[in-house]
Design a protein around this ligand. Structure first.
Ligand SMILES: [Mn+2]
Length: 417
């Protein structure tokens, strides 16, 4: 369960920490911005290892926001202790660690002039990372948290239910239940920690309550599907939180007949982009970097990639939309598809639409909608049965204020239409 690489790296970490001597300083463990479950779990586990195995003082922190409902529930249910960098002063820390990210990737809050002491990641190694005193980069691993699971074993630390649950959820979500890139050690660590996880909390994290903005973004994405050949994509305006972009890219890739997906969406001054592919030989990360160029930062693995473009100077909706269209055209060309063949994809193809006259009649009101008491139900059902829309209107007038229950226009779901 502890790989040879981990045995060797863990010993090296011990030497590094011992070399710092007593009072080697406080550690700041940083995740990537808008941390995902893998980053949250990796930071939690590394903090634990540094504290318990090496008696260090550690703070774990992140930039951006914990946006996805699943990730918010993970932090809440498992009581993960991570601070936002805005509440910290970097001057108070002498040692810096990065997990699930690397220096100068543009997706973490480590100041560019600060050399991290320690980098643990599973993204392809970058040149600037090589000068870190300690690094453990394993691009074949499905999750960074797996590496830290092995460190826990090497340190002989018995995980709490919360720690095990965080690790299990990290591996599950990062590999999409082992449906994409993972390696033997991911499965081995998963199987070993699985019995220790709290499965009630795990279920709660995987099926969290969702804010209205989630449904608004989903609706917009589905209304704006575009496709050419096996590429499916959607462009969103301002999203509720940036993590919806990769989530929708995952969803779009599940469409039958599609092997590449792209989702883009604006959040504050940035256009966020996510690419997914089913092609195991693809280099989505490299493709993403080519799409973005010097306008922002991007990277990823073979089949998943993400990034952002600085959009602070784009003042109008038209300019913002043009940038999205240009990115999509560039991607189409990269994939040897014709950008001018890109068309809107209707959710219900016209030929399959039923004529209006065949539409189903509205169902009769049920006793449940009339109220809790059984006796008035038959009477209530008699009155409006003849008129179709009237049944609902009558029930609504009794139960709620019409103004509050009136359906909002679609544009009310979002701020910028
Ligand atoms: Mn990761």
């Amino acid at each position: 369960m502890i790989t040879e690489a981990t045995r060797e790296r863990f010993a090296a970490l011990g030497e590094l920490v011992a070399g710092l001597g007593r009072g080697g300083g406080r550690w700041l463990v940083l995740t990537h911005d808008n941390p995902d479950p893998d980053a949250l779990a990796a930071a939690t586990l590394l903090s634990l290892v540094l504290r318990r195995a090496f008696k260090q003082r550690v703070t774990a922190a992140y930039g951006g926001i914990v946006g996805r409902a699943e990730n918010r529930e993970m932090v809440r249910s498992l009581h993960l202790k991570l601070s936002h960098v805005r509440h910290l002063s970097f001057k108070r820390y002498q040692r810096f660690a990065l997990v699930d990210t690397q220096p100068r990737t543009g997706n973490n809050q480590l100041p560019p002039d600060v050399q991290p002491d320690l980098v643990i990641d599973h993204h392809p190694v970058r040149k600037t990372t090589l000068s870190a005193p300690f690094l453990d980069i394993r691009p074949t691993y499905g999750a960074t948290a797996t590496v830290l699971g092995e460190y826990m074993l090497a340190a002989g630390i018995r995980p709490t239910h919360a720690t095990a649950t965080a690790l299990i959820y990290a591996i599950r979500s990062e590999t999409q239940d082992f449906s994409r890139e993972f390696t033997g050690p991911d499965k081995a660590i998963y199987d070993l920690f699985f019995p220790l996880a709290n499965h009630v909390l795990l279920a709660r994290i995987q099926n969290p309550r969702l804010p209205l903005s989630y449904f608004g973004d989903l609706h917009e994405a589905l209304e704006r599907l575009e496709s050419v050949d096996s590429l499916i994509l959607s462009h969103l305006d301002e999203v509720g939180q940036p993590d919806i972009v990769p989530e929708l890219a995952d969803l779009l890739l599940r469409m039958e007949g599609k092997t590449w997906s792209l989702c883009t969406g604006y959040y504050r001054d940035r256009l966020y982009l996510s690419i997914r592919t089913t092609n195991p030989r693809a280099d989505a990360g490299g493709l993403m970097r080519r799409l973005i160029g010097r306008r922002g930062k991007g990277g990823g693995h073979g089949r998943t990639a993400g990034g952002w473009i600085d959009a602070a100077r784009l003042a109008t909706g038209g300019e913002r939309a043009r940038l999205q269209t240009a990115i999509a055209a560039k991607l189409a060309v990269e994939l040897r598809k014709k950008p001018d063949k890109m068309t809107r994809l209707a959710l219900r193809p016209a030929e399959k639409e039923l004529p209006a006259a065949v539409a189903e009649p509205a169902p009769p009101p049920t006793p449940a909608s009339a109220g809790a008491e059984p006796s008035p139900a038959p009477a209530a059902a008699e009155v409006p049965a003849a008129s179709t829309g009237g049944a609902n209107a009558a029930a609504t007038a009794n139960d709620e204020k019409p103004a509050a229950s009136a359906p909002r226009p679609a544009t009310a779901l979002r701020q910028a239409g």
